[in-house]
Design a protein around this ligand. Structure first.
Ligand code: CIR
Length: 260
């Protein structure tokens, strides 16, 4: 089984407060209806690829809670509750914990430090943990301990300045091929995986998402789609311009796993 052969996905519906989501800069946030439209298309895409999708109720107190990838990391064998480095998001983990307790055979917790799931890239050989404004060394080391309890190996890597999360700048195309922004084009980071460089003008689309035999790509990133298709992998274009206004991409809106 490949690391993206998921059977299940967990999402959370956007709250009206999503218009106030965190963003770098002082530009306007997205309109609620636009985010809802993108979220609906995303859920439909995952279902069309054969995943069982559960959508949790919106949380008005947490504008960014639609981005369920950040408060937890999940595998079929268990979930790990994380601890966001963004104060306004710290409460999201307690909100999602009961659902994860219901869905997973075991649920571990980060014992110290901060990690956002957006900084974690699961590759076949290891789990890469990017240090960022949201993920600190203490949290990354605590995550490595938790991963070991699930029989997985973690490794800490640097996230380049200027991107929110490690995965803002990369995503798996195939098990041994990763799409990266130029700043992440580094052998040491990806342990010898083949890298496909995302054109600078489409850097905002690097957070693509492989699900089963398809790579989901933002619809305004045609050159990335061409690059992925050139590797013989089918793409599916999805609208992301609204969530892009609050620094999010395609991996952020779901937790995904292969049921064991
Ligand atoms: C935030 O700043 O936390 C949200 N506005 C965007 C989170 C994106 N999540 C992700 O990349 N995993």
């Amino acid at each position: 089984m490949a690391v993206y052969d998921f059977t299940h996905a967990l999402l959370r519906a956007p709250s009206q407060s999503v218009t106030q989501g965190l963003r770098d800069g002082d530009h306007d946030g997205p309109a609620y209806d636009d985010v809802l439209r993108e979220h609906t298309a995303y859920a439909a895409a995952l279902r069309s690829l054969g995943l069982a999708v559960e959508i949790l109720e919106p949380l008005e107190d947490y504008p960014d809670s639609i981005f369920v990838e950040d408060p937890a990391l999940v595998f079929g064998e268990g979930a790990i509750l994380l601890n966001s480095g963004a104060p306004s998001r710290a409460g999201e983990v307690a909100e999602i914990a009961p659902t994860l307790e219901r869905l997973f055979p075991q649920v571990l917790s980060l014992i110290e430090g901060h990690v956002d799931g957006g900084d974690v890239l699961v590759t076949p050989g290891e789990v890469l943990i990017g240090l960022s404004a949201r993920t600190d060394q203490t949290g990354a080391e605590a995550l490595i301990v938790a991963l070991a309890q699930l029989g997985r190996k973690g490794r800490v890597v640097a996230t380049p300045a200027g991107v929110l999360h490690f995965k803002t700048g990369c995503g798996l195309i195939e098990e041994e091929t990763v799409a990266v922004v130029a700043e992440l084009d580094d052998d040491a980071l990806f342990g010898g995986m083949r890298r496909v460089i995302v054109p600078a003008e489409e850097a905002a689309g690097a957070n693509l998402l492989r699900v089963r035999d398809t790579v989901l790509v933002g619809e305004e990133f045609p050159r990335i789609r061409d690059l992925v298709e050139a590797h013989g992998v089918t793409t599916m274009a999805l609208p992301v311009s609204a969530i892009g206004k609050i620094d999010a991409g395609l991996s952020c809106m779901s937790l995904r796993w292969l049921a064991t």
